[in-house]
Design a protein around this ligand. Structure first.
Ligand SMILES: C[S@@+](CC[C@H](N)C(=O)[O-])C[C@H]1O[C@@H](n2cnc3c(N)ncnc32)[C@H](O)[C@@H]1O
Length: 335
């Protein structure tokens, strides 16, 4: 999987220019970008390997890219290949006996028919296909009038969901839409919360993140002047502190293993709150923070916030996840 190839990358529709700027800065030199749809673009005929691209994203140097694949073929939607033609192309790219096949449509839709086409084609060559959980991922994305096909290692794909679009069940038990952001962060970055840990949830109301933290076995201190959903009130391992983060820190004596922060405030203010939080967090403790755009330039704002965080934290990941709005999610450890 080397040589000059195009890379397909996906992003939130209004973050394209930030993704391009980050890629240019991470890989100086001439590049040709082609926007193929609202949420997908091509880095054309590039010497940038998908592995080094993925590493830059994993390390948070590129925050506004959600999913990557190496482009191996493209077909007009009104003239799709037969199973046999597609199989001939794909088997040259795939050594594995079993792969994940993930398809998506730029805009609306799930891409089920494209997924079936790819899976059936591979089936004719004895390659078994799953939805996820395989080392090799075959992607199909319908963008504009084309079906583009990519093949990539899962390790270099950033997400095990079609185009990075994680789908989570919308059950009755959900307390807030924000819950999805925390679930996605935990799954995407493979985070493990310490068994029986103590977690601080800053900006907790109405309690979605608190609920997810409880599911991960944490005792939770939920700080927010706003109220918690009544369904959380009977839980004795949830302590609602109906105050601001600053007032909470002034009085707190608990030492936390985990701090999460989904407070609605400017990136730098939010990062400064995390410096205050560090004094209440164990060394090596886990921090999960959303830095919210708000202002005109979410990229510079996020970078500024991360610089502040680095005074007290090792920043492991930074990414605009699928469930993030105008914000990025940071994963860090306290120094
Ligand atoms: C996006 S909401 C949090 C949603 C929550 N994570 C959930 O899943 O339900 C942002 C919250 O930040 C809170 N907030 C803003 N500034 C705060 C501060 N200084 N201290 C505590 N909470 C604050 C707001 O009251 C608001 O409830």
């Amino acid at each position: 999987m080397s040589g000059v190839r195009s890379v397909l990358f996906s992003f939130a529709s209004d973050s394209y220019r930030y993704a391009v700027r980050e890629i240019r800065e991470a890989f100086p030199g001439e590049h040709r970008f082609e926007r193929l749809g609202a949420e997908v673009a091509r880095l054309a005929d590039t010497a940038v390997g998908v592995g080094e691209f993925a590493a830059a994203c994993d390390e948070g140097r590129i925050m506004f890219v959600r999913h990557l694949t190496r482009e191996v073929a493209g077909y007009p939607l009104d003239d799709l290949p037969t199973e046999s033609e597609l199989a001939t192309t794909l088997v040259e790219e795939i050594q594995a006996r079993s792969v994940a096949v993930q398809a998506w449509i730029d805009g609306a839709g799930t891409g089920g028919s494209y997924r079936r086409l790819i899976a059936d084609a591979l089936g004719t060559r004895g390659i078994s296909t799953e939805l996820a959980g395989q080392d090799v991922v075959v992607s199909g994305v319908a963008a504009g009038k084309q079906l583009l096909i990519g093949v990539n290692r899962l390790a270099d794909s950033l997400s095990d969901w079609p185009g990075g679009r994680m789908r989570l069940a919308r059950g009755e038990e959900r307390v807030s839409r924000s819950e999805f952001k925390l679930e996605e962060a935990i799954a995407t970055f493979g985070l493990e919360l310490p068994a029986g840990g103590k977690a601080l949830d800053l900006g907790a109301s109405p309690g979605g993140w608190t609920r997810i933290l409880r599911q991960h076995g944490q005792e939770v201190w939920s700080v927010d002047p706003g109220s918690l959903d009544p369904r959380l009130r009977g839980d004795r391992r949830i302590h609602h502190e109906a105050t601001t983060a600053g007032r909470f820190f002034a009085a707190n004596r608990v030492r936390f293993d985990v701090v999460v922060n989904d407070m609605r405030m400017d990136q730098v203010l939010s990062a400064r709150m995390m410096l205050d939080a560090a004094a209440h967090l164990q060394r090596g403790g886990l921090a999960i923070v959303t830095l919210k755009g708000g202002g005109k330039n979410p990229l510079d704002g996020a970078r500024h916030g991360i610089d502040v965080l680095r005074e007290q934290y090792a920043v492991l990941h930074a990414r605009q996840l699928h469930h993030n709005r105008n914000e990025i999610t940071i994963i860090a450890h306290r120094h």
